[in-house]
Every structure is written in C-alpha cells, then in structure tokens.
Design a protein around this ligand. Structure first.
Ligand code: PMP
Length: 345
C-alpha cells in the first residue's frame, strides 16, 4: 500500500488500542473500567417514549440544556462548560486549541495511554514526566509544555495525587493544565475549584464510568470562559447527538443514583483489596473503580491464566507497567469469581 498520500506523522504513528470488547458473553469482563451497574432507570423510561420523528432535526449544536444542568450541578456559569462527545473529545480539542505547531504536550508516565497518541496526531512533541517508583507525584521544576494532561486520580495506577502538589503546579504552570477526572466520583477530593479559580486550568469529566454510560459517549469540561470559547470555535458542528444530550441530562438529574452505585463500587473495591492482600499481593490504595496490582514478574502469566479461566483484566507490557495487572471493580458476584480464580494461583 502506498503511503505517499498520508501525512508523514500519521503514517509513522501507531493508533490507540482500546481495551478488548470481547464477543464472548461468558467472560467476566474486568478490563475497561466500565461500571458493573446499569444507569438510572429513568433513561429506560425516556427511551420507551422516544419519538423517532425527533431525529429528523439536528441537535442543539452547543448543548444548551445539558450545559446549564452541568453548570447548575457545579455552581458555575454555562460559559464555563464545554459539553463533549466523550471526555476523549475534550482531550483532542485541547491539543488543537492550546498547543502551537512547534509546541509540546506534557503528561506523566505511566498515565492514560491516549496522551502520546494525541500528541502524535497533532504532530507535536510529547514531554514525558516519569512518576516515582511508587507512582507518586514527581514534577521537575524545569518542566515546560503548552498543555499538561494531568489524570487525577491517575490511570492505570489508581492513585490520587496530593491536592497541594496539584494546586501549586497548576498555579505556577505557564500553559494549560487539563485535569482529567474521569474517575473522580470514586475518589476523595476533586479539583473543580481550581478550574473555576485559575485561568489556565480545565477539569474534564466523563459519563462513562460513574454514570454507567460508556456506550453513550458524553463528557464535559469546566474552566475559564476564554478557554471554553476557544474549544467551541473548533469543535465539530454537532458534536453530541440529540439522544445523548437528553440521556446525559437525565443522568445528572438523578445524581444520587450515580453516587449510590459509586459507593457500592467503593465497598467492593475494599473487599477485593483486602482479599488480594491476604493472598500476599501488593494492591495500591485505589481512588478509582479499578485496582492496580503488583504481581512482580508473574504479571503476564497471571493475566493469561485469568483469561483461560474466563476472567478478562488488563495487562500493559512495558518497563513501568509490565509487573502489574489492572482489574476493574465489578459486582460482588464478579469480584467473587475473580478472587476465586486469583486465589488458585
Ligand atoms: N480519561 C481517562 C483517564 C480514561 O481512562 C478514559 C477512558 N478510557 C477517558 C479519559 C475517556 O473517557 P470517555 O469515555 O469519556 O471518552
């Protein structure tokens, strides 16, 4: 195949590889951090009453009703809210809105594996900042980039950084910090106040994890109106479809339902953690809906053995991550199956 038609950096790069979505329904699926519980039942009611006639018309291009709901939820103005086609869209738009062609994007390693790929797509440099050997915060004082992707709590390590470290980094940083809070509903604190106080900080949220709506594709970010306005200039014309705007609104309107599910996940998380620890494994103190388990040089074999026993988890080869498996917190029944198979080690 000739590549002469393809942009050089696109030709050279590898694309993002999402976690497997297996066809086999018998698998206990603990590999992509989806929520094991269904979304609010009010969504089923809405879908039953949906008139397909509505789909004749384009959606609201700037998701006004949904954004007002998000703004009310967080106590900010609608101009501080960008509503997106999944939080992945927020990340991609940040690379286009806030990074010069000769600029760079910073992020920690290990962190969300999409970030270096977004830099490659944009054709700019990645400035990788290595976390310490326990995956704790370590920011060199001379770090510079146009945009820093800061996942908090971090994935795949499941840890939340010290709040003061995050705040003082954001305050002193000479660029935009996107705090990716995809997992924050399972954590101890959030950074919304930083986005509303500091002119260079955005906080991104997702409906995919805590709201049990990964299949919907809605996320959002909050921050200074100037940054939000720049993102609105460059987004796709109709970035969120009609049905998704409505369903995300309904989910936010029943936020207590989401919180109750997040609490169930936290309880199962604690139970899985102590069971694994009593098997002699090291489990990091998760602030997310997944566990980061140190398996030493047996990680790949553990992953493969689980797979043979029909439990699917995630393994990331590589020098920083190759001794670990990442396991999504499932229902109590799923946790029991996983623990039984894990215990047969
Ligand atoms: N940020 C992080 C850290 C994630 O793990 C994910 C999910 N892969 C996302 C963002 C993207 O989430 P969404 O489904 O909202 O696009």
């Amino acid at each position: 195949m000739s590549s002469r038609y393809i942009r050089r950096n696109v030709d050279a790069m590898t694309g993002y590889v999402p976690g497997e979505q297996p066809k086999d329904r018998d698998l206990v699926k603990l590999n992509t951090n989806e929520n094991p519980y269904p979304p609010t039942p009010r969504i089923a009611e809405y879908l039953k009453g949906l008139d397909p006639e509505e789909l004749r018309l384009y959606p609201d291009p700037v998701s006004t009703r949904l954004r007002q709901k998000i703004a009310d939820t967080h106590g900010c103005g609608i101009d501080n809210v960008f509503a997106a086609n999944g939080s992945d869209e927020v990340l991609a738009l940040c690379t286009r809105a806030f990074v010069e062609n000769d600029g760079s994007i910073g992020f920690f390693n290990p962190s969300y594996s999409l970030y270096p790929i977004l830099a490659d797509i944009r054709g700019v440099g990645s400035r990788v900042v290595e976390l310490d050997d326990k995956f704790a915060w370590r920011m060199p004082s001379d770090h510079r980039s146009d945009l820093f992707f800061l996942t908090n709590p971090n994935a795949p390590t499941s840890l939340q950084y010290d709040r003061e470290a995050v705040y003082s980094f954001c305050k002193g940083f000479d660029g935009v910090v996107l705090i990716d809070e995809a997992y924050v509903d399972f954590a101890s604190y959030d950074c919304i106040d930083m986005a509303l106080e500091l002119g260079n900080v955005l906080v991104a949220r997702s409906f995919s994890k805590s709201y049990s709506l990964a299949g919907l594709r809605v996320g959002y970010c909050l921050g200074a109106a100037g940054l939000i306005g720049a993102m609105y200039k460059i987004k796709d014309s109709y970035n969120i479809d009609r049905i998704a705007q409505e369903i995300a609104f309904i989910a936010l309107d029943d936020i207590d339902y989401m919180r109750a599910n997040a609490q169930r996940v936290r309880v199962t998380r604690a139970r899985m953690t102590s069971a694994l620890e009593s098997m002699g494994l090291t489990v990091y103190a998760s602030e997310t809906n997944f566990l980061w388990i140190d398996c030493g040089d047996g990680a790949k074999a553990f992953f493969e053995r689980l797979r043979e026993d029909k439990v699917l988890v995630r393994y990331f080869p590589g020098p920083r991550t190759g001794n670990f498996v990442r396991v999504t917190v499932g229902t109590d029944e799923e946790a029991d199956v996983f623990l039984k198979v894990a215990g047969g080690q």
